[in-house]
Design a protein around this ligand. Structure first.
Ligand code: 0X9
Ligand code: ZN
Length: 332
């Protein structure tokens, strides 16, 4: 069942309460726009209204398109933003995504906060074109919000099983089917029937591939653990040639988070600090897109609440995310 009919601005602003007031720059301030909030978990429909409204509000700086649709036919959005959006030829791209894993509800919120904060920051959008896909798994997110708070995968139907869902972070086309991925459709880490079998992972691939050579950094938000991870994640034995560069940048991100929000994030190779995982988006981005800086950021918390992070923690958590992204943008 799809649920992405657009809510009106009035309903949104009444029901979502306090909104951030960061939209002063370059705004057609007399036009209302659907709100974004970081004091409660937004529904996909609310996020859609917010995203759909951005280009009209910031016509010089923002474009929104849909590089794909989910298994249940929801839009998968991409927001592109830079100063003077019609002139992006010389600009480097920083690519950010959220929501690959359904139950990690704070992840799309982090990507939305990056969008909202960049609206107010014309300096970081001067030389960089930002491409942000805040919600890669809308079906799973809605399922986690409404039915099962611990749902992780997408909601595709396996032809060979009664179980639903593929772990999108096992479905990317680099080292697909290796360590840390399952062939069982009922597993939470099911890899799918082939690399990029899922429309959601294809949406990210299709958005990114034409940008090869331009994307200088990729960040994918997950939770939880307060950790900044870098490739290779498919094996503990194979070291990425740019390990030292990524380690330095990850440490800079963690230091900046500590300085500003006081949260402590640890840093390291994905496979070593977590566990080996093949077919994840971070490795694919580093390999297929040849991106020198590719990170999975596991946001708050450290396991007290885990995936059920209280709404009061959204704002502090997305601030961590922003500090990390901002720091990285100055290094690439
Ligand atoms: O297992 C995952 O997909 C990520 N952790 S999570 O708890 N959010 O599910 C970690 C992926 C790290 N990347 C690689 N190992 N390639
Ligand atoms: Zn995750």
């Amino acid at each position: 069942m799809q649920d992405d009919g657009l809510l009106t601005f009035d309903i949104l602003s009444n029901s979502l309460g306090k909104t951030l007031d960061l939209e002063k720059h370059d705004a057609r301030e007399n036009l209302p726009r659907a709100s974004v909030t970081f004091t409660s978990y937004m529904t996909f429909s609310q996020m859609s209204s917010y995203l759909e409204g951005l280009p009209a509000q910031y016509p010089q700086r923002i474009r929104v398109d849909k590089p794909g649709r989910s298994f249940e036919n929801r839009n998968i959005y991409r927001v592109r933003m830079t100063n003077n959006i019609t002139n992006t030829v010389q600009k480097k791209v920083v690519f950010v995504d959220g929501g690959i894993h359904a139950r990690e509800l704070v992840s799309p919120a982090a990507a939305l906060y990056v969008i909202e904060t960049l609206i107010a920051n014309t300096k970081l959008t001067e030389t960089i074109e930002w491409q942000i896909m805040p919600m890669l798994n809308p079906d799973g997110y809605e399922y986690a919000l409404n039915k099962d708070p611990l749902w992780r995968k997408n909601r595709s139907k396996s032809p060979s099983s009664t179980c639903y869902g593929v772990d999108l972070n096992r479905n990317f086309g680099f080292q697909w089917g290796g360590l840390g991925a399952s062939s069982s459709p009922c597993s939470d880490i099911y890899k799918g029937t082939s690399a990029f079998s899922e429309p959601e992972s294809r949406a990210l691939r299709d958005a990114m591939l034409p940008l090869k050579g331009k994307v200088k950094a990729y960040i994918t938000f997950h939770s939880f653990g307060q950790t900044i991870l870098y490739p290779w994640g498919y094996s503990t034995q194979v070291k990425h040639p740019l390990t030292a560069t990524m380690d330095t940048a990850a440490k800079a991100m963690a230091a900046q988070i500590k300085k500003t929000t006081l949260a402590v994030y640890s840093v390291g190779n994905s496979a070593v600090v977590y566990y080996p995982v093949a077919g994840a988006s971070d490795d694919w981005a580093a390999y297929a897109m040849d991106i020198a800086h590719s990170y999975t950021i596991e946001l708050r918390d450290k396991g007290v609440y885990g995936f059920k992070l209280p709404a009061s923690q959204i704002l502090p958590t997305v601030r961590d995310a922003w500090e990390a992204v901002k720091t990285l943008a100055t290094l690439v």
